[in-house]
Design a protein. Structure first.
Length: 232
């Protein structure tokens, strides 16, 4: 059993990669950065840019060549840039949407042949409205729509596609949020504070398991309820 995880060098992607490795998957992580040092790990890594279709396709093809199958794809790679930054919107679309589409296209070619597979994408609460990050919100809204559409298309192929929407989670993306705002947003989480990356990884592990074999097209909120617009 092989799982391919984009954005696997840090944050949620890293937690997902390690969690799936703990479940017995051979895990190949794909990221533009080198992985964070974190003791012994069985996850193997490939450097690359998800926004370049040929790079992600080559990496997935090579991983299948080594491991013989692709059972799980998790598209955790994403970036967030200020709306006013030159080229920010284009780059967020390229990584956050294009990178998901390219990875899914490459993965589905292999999963169709096996007649099975599970794909997990990542949305964001920002997709319900984010006054501070309009471009990021738009890109994540597109991922939610992509997920639902792909789930419908792949029903005949027995490939499941689901989207995880984390509430506020402690990652590199939260380091620049002022402490008062961080605390306020954390209170919106059902736990009363920010998620840990491991909380998200636990949900992903469930969605790719046989326990979720009848779940596809779901938008799963972790730590916050649907429809929470972000006003600041």
């Amino acid at each position: 059993m092989m799982a391919f995880v984009t954005g696997a060098a840090s944050g949620i992607g890293r937690a997902v990669a390690e969690r799936l490795a703990g479940e017995g998957f051979a895990v190949v992580g794909f990221d533009s950065a080198a992985p964070e040092a974190r003791g012994a790990s069985t996850v193997s890594y490939v450097r690359g840019d998800v926004s370049k279709a040929f790079e992600i396709e080559a990496a997935i093809d090579a991983a299948v060549g080594v491991h013989g199958s692709l059972d799980v794809l998790v598209t955790a790679a994403a970036i967030k840039r200020p709306d006013g930054e030159s080229g920010a919107f284009e780059r967020m679309l390229a990584v956050n949407v294009g990178g998901v589409m390219y990875a899914c296209n490459a993965a589905v070619r292999h999963m169709r042949g096996a007649g099975r597979g599970s794909i997990v994408t990542f949305g964001s609460g920002s997709a319900d409205g984010d006054a501070a990050s309009i471009g990021y919100a738009a890109s994540k809204g597109a991922v939610v729509s992509l997920t639902r559409s792909l789930a419908l298309r792949l029903i005949p192929d027995h490939i499941r596609v689901n989207c995880v929407v984390p509430g506020l989670t402690e990652t590199g993306m939260t380091t620049e949020i002022p402490a008062a705002v961080l605390a306020s947003r954390g209170e919106r989480n059902v736990s009363g504070g920010p998620n840990r990356p491991e909380d998200i990884a636990e949900t992903v592990a469930f969605l790719v398991s046989d326990h979720a074999r009848t779940i596809s097209g779901a938008i799963v909120h972790v730590g916050a309820h649907a429809g929470q617009a972000i006003l600041r």
